[in-house]
Design a protein around this ligand. Structure first.
Ligand SMILES: Cc1ncc(COP(=O)(O)O)c(C=O)c1O
Length: 381
């Protein structure tokens, strides 16, 4: 009998999703900021610990909204790690500002604070911090760099909802932070995101920019008797139908996390000996970091072993994958960004990293199949 394919990721299905979607359809309120958006927003605030949250159509859009709130423009620079999704840098470039790419720490794959400090110029306005896999970046040191140069910190927390660093929730360190609810994330609504606003003074403008530059949110709360165009904005709010889906997932957050952690720990326990024997470095979670079980990766000894393990697993019906192609050497990165020092660690880690399937619906039998598949691979080094 042919073995079934174990995908890399499969979106979680929440028991309440049908009910909420039907409720939303029947309510007739399908545009943004309806009752489902309100309920989902409260849950995002509760889980993230942020002062305020605004649902957006994606994390990409939340990052763009952040760049608009910071009034980034031509001549400004923002420091971003080279090892991230295009959206982090794109949100800077879309404003005509320059993303400045820095290298990562070899262990966590997060921006290296020394490289960040060295990249600051009198044009630098902000640091866009990524928490890779929801493992917190070194915010203590990054905050010192930001404070000494008067820079804003924006956390791209696409992976890290509910994760903590030294007990504090990720997404509460920066003046702004962003979440992703893309189908591949722990909590998802197909395409979705949120902007977390930790500075009350920024909230009203954030609402305006998100609502086509108008004060419609204030109008809907009865705070003004008509709404009008106040400044340049865009349409960053999701349909209430998507918020219904998101609400059902957020209500299951603890269950989703428990299931994902069970898979993550099973991989970590079962693969430690094999990794040790073959010069493979399993994912590092430093003391003080509480990760959200968003990814589980292995750092293979060589690029040949990265491609070797991925195709070996593929032959066994298991989808494993690499991650971010470095942005500093990407076509747009070269054209639109600046790279003061070559990002050698990024290039090296990109060429060796393999992510294993990880989602809440992965059964113990699937996990066993993945573990056996990995253990049957002999790295060439
Ligand atoms: C670090 C990071 N930022 C931003 C994004 C973009 O998220 P979205 O698909 O919600 O726009 C991703 C996507 O996975 C990501 O990994």
């Amino acid at each position: 009998m042919p073995t079934s394919l174990i995908p890399f990721s499969r979106p979680y299905r929440a028991p309440a999703e049908d009910r909420y979607l039907r409720e939303s359809l029947e309510s007739g309120h399908l545009h943004g900021d309806g009752p489902m958006t309100q309920a989902a927003t409260r849950l995002v605030e509760e889980i993230s610990g942020a002062r305020r949250a605004l649902l957006t159509t994606s994390c990409t859009h939340a990052l763009e909204l952040a760049s608009m709130l910071l009034d980034l423009g031509p001549g400004d620079e923002v420091i971003v790690p080279s090892f991230t999704f295009s959206s982090t840098a794109n949100a800077v470039a879309i404003r005509g500002a320059t993303p400045v790419f820095v290298d990562i720490e070899p262990s966590t794959l997060n921006a290296d604070p020394d490289a960040v400090a060295a990249a600051v110029t009198d044009r630098t306005r902000a640091i866009y911090v990524v928490h890779y896999g929801g493992v917190g970046a070194d915010l203590e040191r990054l905050q010192k760099v930001a404070d000494s140069a008067g820079l804003a910190i924006v956390e791209d927390n696409a992976h890290g909802l509910g994760a903590r660093l030294h007990g504090r929730l990720l997404g509460t360190f920066g003046v702004l932070a962003t979440q992703s609810f893309h189908a591949t994330k722990n909590v998802q609504c197909g395409e979705g995101g949120a902007l977390l606003v930790n500075d009350d003074a920024m909230f009203e403008r954030a609402e305006i920019i998100r609502e086509k530059g108008t004060d419609r949110s204030r109008f809907l709360r009865g705070q003004v008797d008509k709404y009008t165009w106040n400044e340049v904005g865009s349409s960053f709010l999701p349909s209430d139908l998507l918020a219904a889906l998101l609400r059902s997932q957020l209500e299951d957050f603890d269950d989703i996390q428990a299931r994902r952690h069970a898979v993550w720990s099973a991989y970590a326990d079962a693969l430690a000996g094999w990794a040790d024997d073959h010069g493979v470095q399993p994912m590092v979670v430093p003391d003080g970091a509480e990760h959200p079980a968003h990814v589980y990766y292995l750092m293979m000894p060589s690029h040949d072993d990265q491609t070797g393990l991925i195709s070996h697993l593929r032959e066994r019906g298991i989808v494993a994958t690499f991650h971010y192609v470095p942005l500093d050497s990407s076509p747009a990165g070269r054209r639109l960004g600046r790279t003061p020092v070559p990002c050698d660690v990024t290039a090296d880690r990109y060429a060796r990293l393999v992510r294993l399937p990880l989602f809440a619906g992965l059964t113990p039998a699937d996990v066993e199949r993945v573990v056996e598949g990995v253990r049957a691979y002999r790295p060439v080094g």
